[in-house]
Design a protein. Structure first.
Length: 472
């Protein structure tokens, strides 16, 4: 064999576009997969209560059974092992660990998560643990939920319990998942639990999420038995903590200056509102100025806590919206509106725009310069009907993932510190207000029988991981 060919084979992968330490993973969240809400001392979460409200979740569906992962977790780990992922991002359930929202931790739930973490490590899979992915105990919601400052303090205590109980088994931590959703989508748009329409409450919720995050950062530094995690094969690097955001950076409808300016302002609610305070820049004045009735309930010392140095920012990217400038009115107090996009759309109705991921990575890198970035979620909902032979030929998902991974390759080549990619999701699961009607999984789940069937995209992603990159 010519020596150049030998060298190409010796590299053991198909291209060099992803650095050796790039992490390949997949993600899920507790309420979306676990089921067995009351088992082992678990309490009602805000999503259990919300899904009982008529009309809140499509078809009255709920997370009572979900993917039954509370019982079938060994099968799930086998699926992860078969996929060859190096890392698994999943979340802990606050309503299980502290069923009363505070006080004595529930041993049975802690033991369950410890068994699960141990089994992941034994399988050579690095745990990436999300402390909070929206399922807080409903008793805390009844006390005021995120609009109340007390919730931030309770969350700080909960995070501290998690670090103490699991810090010897996990050293990659995420404080919050998409706080935009659990504040604005939950307390303003009313689409997520608890389903309120109260803008002032939603902005208080934003601040309290961020304050809770800051308190968790303090606890992590104090409570983590750093360096003691037996991460085995997957032990890439040192302990890390970050936050996961679903930034929204709309594209201007045209090149007109007013559209560009409008799109930049439209990005404030889901981007600067979180990124600026996290990076010590305070809340974006131009955004808050559009809503004179709103104020952020900041107390002395809060902003310093919120700005604690992060090891990484996790970005969840699915789509990109388009915005144009319009005259300021009651309906459009900020002088812009979203317009329809004519890109192909996923089952969620979300336009497929891989270029939006490229824009987002560049803007985030240039504006806030985070130490490291991870794509902590990326994927799509497709119809995914098994054929007569039981095979799920989800070519659309493969195309979607490939096009977004190509963007990741380019971002790395440009020098953006993108360190890993977590596909959403390992398996079809409870898609919040859409119930089980939207399938995001690499694995098909029959929600009647709980039979799990790897889709074509599972096998495709397995090859990508094994080859450490896309085929060239
Ligand atoms: O399923 C959700 C996940 O819980 C948070 N990010 C977006 C996903 C798809 O909607």
């Amino acid at each position: 064999m010519p020596s150049s060919l030998n060298q190409a084979f010796a590299r053991g992968r198909r291209n060099d576009r992803f650095p050796d330490d790039f992490i390949w993973g997949v993600a899920t969240a507790s309420y979306q997969i676990e089921g067995s809400r009351r088992a082992d001392g678990g309490a009602d979460s805000v999503w259990d209560a919300f899904s009982r409200k008529p009309g809140a979740v499509l078809g009255g569906m709920n997370g009572d059974l979900a993917c039954d992962s509370w019982n079938r977790w060994r099968e799930d780990i086998e699926l992860l092992r078969g996929l060859g992922v190096e890392a698994y991002r999943f979340s802990l359930s606050w309503a299980r660990i502290l069923p009363e929202g505070r006080g004595k931790p529930n041993r049975a739930a802690i033991d369950w998560y410890r068994r699960f973490l141990e089994a992941l490590l034994a399988a050579g899979i690095e745990p990436w643990v999300t402390v909070y992915h929206w399922d807080h105990p409903n008793c805390l919601e009844e006390e005021g939920g995120w609009p109340s400052r007390d919730m931030a303090l309770r969350y700080g205590e909960y995070a501290s319990v998690c670090f103490r109980e699991f810090g010897d088994l996990a050293d990659k931590w995420i404080t919050l998942n998409e706080p935009w959703c659990s504040s604005l989508l939950s307390y303003d748009r009313g689409f997520h639990a608890p389903g309120l329409h109260d803008k002032a409450a939603a902005y208080r919720a934003v601040h309290h999420h961020l304050l809770g995050h800051g308190l968790a950062m303090e606890a992590w530094k104090a409570d983590t038995p750093i360096g003691s995690v037996p991460t085995g094969k997957a032990g890439k690097g040192s302990p890390q903590i970050g936050i996961v955001l679903n930034l929204g950076l709309p594209r201007p409808a045209t090149r007109r200056e007013e559209d560009k300016e409008a799109a930049s302002r439209a990005g404030d609610e889901a981007t600067a509102l979180f990124m600026d305070p996290l990076h010590g820049r305070g809340y974006p004045e131009r955004h808050l100025a559009a809503y004179p009735g709103l104020s952020m309930p900041v107390q002395p010392g809060d902003m310093e806590k919120i700005a604690a140095a992060l090891d990484f920012i996790g970005l969840n990217y699915y789509s990109e919206s388009v915005v144009e400038a319009v005259p300021v009115s009651k309906e459009h107090p900020e002088g812009f509106r979203e317009i329809e996009s004519f890109h192909d759309k996923t089952e969620m109705g979300w336009p497929i725009v891989p270029g939006g991921l490229a824009r987002m990575l560049r803007i985030v890198h240039e504006t806030w310069k985070p130490k490291a970035l991870y794509i902590t979620e990326n994927g799509c909902a497709c119809p995914d009907l098994p054929d007569v032979d039981g095979r799920v030929r989800d070519k659309d998902r493969i195309d979607y993932l490939r096009s977004h991974l190509e963007v990741c390759e380019e971002a790395i080549a440009e020098g953006i510190p993108l360190k890993g990619y977590f596909e959403w999701s390992l398996m079809d699961n409870f898609e919040w207000a859409w119930g089980y009607s939207k399938r995001f999984g690499l694995v098909h789940v029959d929600f009647k029988t709980q039979v799990r069937r790897p889709k074509d995209s599972y096998n495709w992603y397995r090859e990508v991981i094994a080859g450490h990159g896309l085929e060239t």
